[in-house]
Design a protein around this ligand. Sequence first.
Ligand SMILES: [Zn+2]
Length: 285
Amino acid sequence: MNDPVVLPDFSSFGGQELRGLESPEEATAATQALLTEDRNAGEPTIDDPGQTHVRLERGIRRLDTWYRDAEVRELTGADEEAIAAAGSSSFRVFETLLLRGVRSIGGEPMDRKVAAELLIGDRELLVMGIRRATFGPDLEFEALPCSACGGLVDLTVPLTDIPTVRLEDPERVEFDVPLRRGAVATVRLPTGEDQAAVMAVPGGNAARQDSELLARCVLRVRQDDGTVTRRPAPTALPMSARKAIMAFLVATQPGPRYADYTWVHDECGEEVSLPVSLATLFRGM
Ligand SMILES: [Zn+2]
């Protein structure tokens, strides 16, 4: 790949950090261009079914049924070229990965609309599944510098060892977040569509990005005296409420937490975490 841009930390795609992402105006056009290509050109016809199935935390709802079984596939050279063409926007790279590497969810072919419906954590589970189908079940690090002592280590980490946040009740779509003075906010968890809207906020203003997310995900706030405000303006919410709700959204979003995986370096005895990024997952992509 001739794109020298280092991708941001993988966790910036979802649960752990929602800000600091670019705002790719042309993302829609680029994605549409991808969709008009034959996504299946040159794909292998035989896959190991165990390596291509992904069980999502929430999935997609059709009528009253949630569908959680997804099929991913091994990426090919054609995919690699398309991903390189997606440019330096991490969101666009991620979206391209999903659109090309996911065959179907609940038997429904993957497309932009389905990708937008998915919880951010489900999108990350799918990317992990595409990674597994493409390079196998282990993350392999060669001559990885220990972040404590700088010593070089070879390390193999099974993807199944990466801590993963689960939803207590996958079908629950509204959550109550306690605020100060007995108030309660009722929220929903962010999806791919919300993520795209946050990234479209111009100027990378983190507070505005938070406002965009809160405007979309806070359904109502009930005060201690029973007064209910539906769809409160995020700029009118107390700062403490904004922080509490953002923290809840980040902690509750299901999916892999690469940054929470730690290992002990024998040489120095320190417990350190893994530097996992999209580039690490896809070997320099
Ligand atoms: Zn060390």
